[in-house]
Design a protein around this ligand. Sequence first.
Ligand SMILES: [Zn+2]
Length: 246
Amino acid sequence: MIFDCHAHVGYSKFADRLITAELVLEIMDKSGIDKALLLPTASTGKYYNGEQMLAEANKAPDRLIPFAGVNPKDKNALNDFEEAVTEYGARGLKIHPVYAACAADDEHYVYPLVAMAEALGVPVMFHSGDAPYATPWQIGLVAMDFPGVTIIMEHMGFDAMVFTSAAIKMARKCPNIILGTTGVMYEFPITAAVNSIGADRIIYGGELPMNNPIHEILKVRCAQISKTAQEKILGKNLARLLSIQD
Ligand SMILES: [Zn+2]
C-alpha cells in the first residue's frame, strides 16, 4: 500500500493551473499510489478552506484525506483551522513558513496554531529546508515546545546536506517528529534516517501533481533499508499515524 503524504489541490503558481482532485487521482493511478493526503496549495497566499478541501477529498473519500492549510499571519487562521477540523473533517494542519514569510518557530503567529492542534489532537506538517523561515532547527524547537503534538517535518531538510543532517538530528532528539521524504536530495538521507531513528517515523511523499511521484517512490525503494522498512515508509506509517486502515 502506498500512502502519499503530499498531494495538492487549488491554484498552483508552479503548475500555472487549477489543480483538481481528478488530476491528483489520475497521477495516483498511473503511479500505483493508493491513498494521498490532500494539502491546499500555498504559493499564491490563498488557501482552500475546510469546505473546499472536503469537497475535493469527497471525490474519492476512501483515497483522499484532507488537511487544513492556513497562513499563520491571517487574522482568521485559528478559526479557519478549527473549523476545518471540527466541521469539515481535516485530519491535520499544513504550515508553509516560506510562503507566509513567517518563521516556523514564531511564538506569536505559529504557536497558537500548534496549541490548537494539540487541543484538537491532530498533527502539524511543516515545509522544511529553507532558510530563514523553515530550517530543521526551528521546526525542532516547535517539537520541543510541544512534545504532545506530532510534528511532520516534510521534505526532511530538502536538498541541502546540512539541512538533511539537521532534520535527522532533530528527529533523533524529538520523538514527536516524523520526517517526510518529499523532494529530499538522493536516497541516502533516507538510509541515514532509518539507521538513526528507525523506520517508524519516516513517511513518503511525492508532491503531486507538480512532481512525478515515481522518482520519489524510487528513492525509498533504492535506499539501503529492509523491505519491511520500505513498506512502513511508503504507507504503513502514515496510515498508523492517522488511524486509517491500510
Ligand atoms: Zn507541496
